[in-house]
Design a binder for this molecule. Structure first.
Ligand code: URP
Ligand code: ZN
Ligand code: ZN
Length: 476
């Protein structure tokens, strides 16, 4: 035994119970009452604290080239920030290059960058499919699956997105090889039409970003994506679900027995479209700082998402962490080429990697959901969906000792300049107050956060192999 967490309350996706937790060689080796420390074991007093599994952030964009620049956090600074918020595994997106690059080649290209940066915590990838036009290209999905990457994402928007035919091909192929397909669902053509109309009318402010990607633009695509998955006879994972029509469609499909799953993000639970009116001037946050895709929606959608979490229609929480500097957000006023900017010239994406687990646990602490539900959506369910529940996502004997010691009495206020650990110059979470916070975080039994600072080492993070997945219905 190397570590013994004594006197805490273990929280799983289904129950909470008082127990000691022992760790040996980076794995949880025993859970039980009154465990005796072995010689040389470090004893961590967890009285009054909760022992939680590290969160799994299934949606990050580290050092990703996007919107004419590169997302601010690299694989080290982003994962360092994640660790300091209790996230111990991230799934980052690899985007296939448009020059005919195969998917496994794309993974290797990005993994070389990741290894050079030196990730602080364990990581894996989803492959963002940009080209699925030929069987030869689809076959490159198999190489990914055989090498432990079993999830893919298609974009129904953006210039590098795929059409419905390619999407359908990816779904069918994924079903054959034991993979899960995620989708960014927004109606690209309607979005483009609205952009042309608004810009011709001189409507250039961030509000029109929301209007061009409003509830109906997202909801239609959610419904279409679900129908395509039904036609292909396979499962589907809707990423960053943000609207009521989409939630309703997921609920209906799951009630019919289809394996349709949805992820939402803290920004859709905490903010509404109102942020695109004025931003939060007192915090120096301008409306353009909140520009991400999809944009935050109205209160009705926010309520539907919370309800979806409570009823199980929303299976996971992830961040979509994709931060940009305020000077890059300013391209919405003047582009980097010095031309007049507008909402379409703002790089899309916001920060959140350090705030996801503290945010949802704080909501649990305030009674909005149970702690078990918070653990379920932030750790247990992503582990099951992405095929890593054999090693992560729960406090269980034999699993990796990815452990968060959480003090429900510790209060924390986000102050980017003082207590955040990424490479950001601002965050939409500035001054958010959390009830409860991690007092320490362990990655495979090694402390990475001591309650204040990052105490791990760059390069400690390891690639996590995902097993093949197949979901016959909405249950895991
Ligand atoms: O605004 C965002 N989310 N940027 C990253 C790309 C995406 O759509 O997930
Ligand atoms: Zn997306
Ligand atoms: Zn994303």
């Amino acid at each position: 035994m190397d570590l013994l967490f004594k006197g805490g309350t273990v929280v799983t996706a289904t129950s909470s119970f008082k127990a000691d937790v022992a760790v040996k060689n980076g794995k949880i080796s025993a859970i039980g009452a009154n465990l005796k420390p072995e010689k040389k074991a470090e004893v961590i007093d967890a009285k009054g604290k909760m022992i939680l599994p590290g969160a799994i952030d299934g949606h990050t964009h580290l050092a990703m080239p996007f919107g004419g620049t590169i997302a601010t956090d690299d694989y080290f600074t982003g994962t360092r920030a994640a660790a300091c918020g209790g996230t111990t595994t991230v799934f980052d997106f690899v985007l296939q290059a448009p020059d005919g690059e195969g998917m496994w080649d794309a993974v290797q290209r990005r993994d070389a960058i990741c290894k050079k940066d030196g990730p602080a915590i364990d990581y894996s990838y989803h492959v963002g499919v940009g080209n699925a036009t030929t069987q030869e290209m689809l076959d490159t999905m198999d190489e990914c699956v055989n090498n432990g990457i079993t999830s893919f994402k298609v974009f129904m928007v953006y210039d590098f997105g795929v059409d419905d035919g390619q999407f359908f091909n990816v779904l069918q192929h994924a079903a054959q090889i034991g993979a899960l397909v995620g989708v960014h669902a927004e109606n690209n053509d309607v979005n483009k039409c609205l952009n042309a109309k608004y810009l011709a009318e001189g409507k250039t402010e961030a509000w029109w970003h929301y209007m061009s990607k409003n509830e109906a633009v997202a909801g239609e695509a959610d419904v279409r994506a679900i129908n395509l998955a039904k036609m292909a006879g396979t499962s589907l994972y809707i990423v960053h679900l943000d609207n009521k029509q989409g939630v309703d469609a997921v609920v209906a499909a799951r009630a019919e027995g289809y394996p349709i799953f949805a992820e939402t993000c803290p920004q859709y639970l905490a903010f509404t479209k109102d942020v695109y009116k004025d931003g939060i001037p007192s915090l120096g946050l301008r409306a353009r700082d909140f520009v991400c895709s999809p944009p935050m929606k109205g209160k009705e959608s926010q309520d539907a998402l919370w309800n979806g979490i409570k009823t199980g229609a929303v299976s996971t929480l992830a961040t979509d962490h994709c931060p940009f500097l305020q000077s890059e957000k300013d391209w919405g006023i003047t582009t980097k080429d010095g031309k007049p900017g507008n909402y379409t010239t703002i790089p899309n994406g916001c920060a959140g990697i350090e705030n996801m687990y503290p945010y949802i646990l704080s909501e649990a602490n305030k009674g909005k959901i149970s702690f078990e539900k918070a653990v379920e959506i932030a750790a247990a369910n992503p582990a099951k969906l992405f095929g890593i529940d054999y090693c992560k996502g729960a406090i269980e004997v034999g699993l990796d000792a990815d452990i968060v010691v959480y003090d429900p009495k510790k209060s924390f206020e986000v102050k980017n300049a003082e207590n955040q650990h990424g490479a950001l110059d601002h965050t939409i979470w500035e001054t958010s107050k959390f009830k409860g916070y991690p007092t320490s975080v362990y990655s495979r039994g090694k402390m990475v956060f001591d309650g204040k600072d990052y105490v791990g080492e760059s390069g400690d993070g390891q690639f996590v192999k995902c097993k093949k997945v197949k979901f016959k219905g909405p249950e895991f």
